[in-house]
Design a protein around this ligand. Structure first.
Ligand code: HEM
Length: 268
């Protein structure tokens, strides 16, 4: 839900930034930018703490092998580090070029610096998620983008409070160019959840491989999949077109808010 709020905030702030940079509808875009940035800053922080933090603890308790794969932790460790960068090497079961913060994973998970975190080696290989590198990268893309969102939104909020946001063109450009990234972060989050639950359909009880319907042939599945892809592509293109048209049209020119009114609306 916070992912959706953040996305909406980035879109709102970006539309406002676009109007400000183009000197159009300036009486409205102050509401867009201010509203998007202030709510976005709160949502970005809440996404990391408490919600992201709580999600992480839930996974540690209920899907420990998923946590190990997400974090690229191949061996169990007391005082396990958190990995900022690095590539999982599935041949040699290690992380290449790691950039880590020592003991941080243990602390974040159990609030104890020396706590033992079970790595992939603590679990039978047939219980490991199937696509560990993709899972690892999805998770790191989501958290990396989440961290960047916090920085961008807090900086924009600070500029707003010091009264400099509307003249800081570099920040308006940043807000505008950030629009695709919340969509990418949401997709990466969804991939983390779905790849992380593999190889289970019902965790620990029923494997995905046992969930197939023997009566549905591969051709049927391809047909449905391609049909859905086509439908979503049409909807996506239509959506882009409609959004573009709405932004070009701008807010209703017949009823611009007075300066005081716009501040009251934003506060509300
Ligand atoms: C700021 C740091 C973040 C942390 C620590 C974090 C942590 C997590 C964790 C642990 C999961 C659970 C994966 C699972 O259930 O297996 C998750 C899922 C998810 N995250 Fe994040 N996340 C962060 C940022 C973000 C951002 C910025 C977005 C989007 C704007 C996002 C969107 C999602 C989505 C859509 C899911 C999937 C939920 C589901 O399908 O159950 N996350 N996140």
């Amino acid at each position: 839900m916070l992912g959706a709020v953040q996305t909406a905030c980035f879109v709102m702030a970006a539309v406002g930034a676009f109007y400000l940079l183009n000197k159009r509808h300036e009486e409205y875009d102050r509401i867009f930018v201010k509203g998007g940035v202030l709510v976005g800053a709160i949502a970005a922080v809440l996404q990391l703490f408490p919600t992201g933090d709580v999600q992480g603890k839930l996974i540690a308790n209920h899907q420990p092998v998923t946590l190990a794969a997400m974090e690229g932790l191949f061996r169990s460790e007391m005082g396990a580090p958190i990995v900022i960068l690095g590539q999982p090497d599935m041949q040699n079961l290690k992380l290449d070029n790691p950039l880590q913060v020592p003991k941080m994973l243990s602390f974040l998970t159990y609030r104890i610096w020396s706590a033992n975190i079970r790595g992939l080696d603590a679990f039978p290989e047939d219980q490991w998620p199937d696509a560990i590198p993709l899972l690892y990268f999805s998770y790191h893309v989501m958290v990396g983008l989440g961290t960047i969102f916090i920085a961008v939104m807090l900086l924009a909020a600070l500029l707003h409070w010091s009264g400099k946001l509307h003249s800081a063109r570099w920040m308006l450009w940043t807000l505008m160019l950030c629009v695709p990234f919340p969509y990418i972060a949401n997709t990466a989050g969804w991939m983390t959840a779905e790849l992380g639950r593999q190889p289970w359909l019902i965790y620990g009880l029923m494997r995905t491989a046992h969930g197939i319907s023997p009566r549905v042939g591969a051709g049927n599945v391809w047909f449905t999949l391609i049909g859905f892809m086509g439908m979503y592509m049409v909807l996506g293109i239509l959506w882009l077109f409609l959004i573009y048209r709405e932004i070009e049209l701008g807010p209703d020119p017949g009823n611009p808010p007075a300066r005081e009114e716009s501040i009251a609306v934003a506060a509300h």
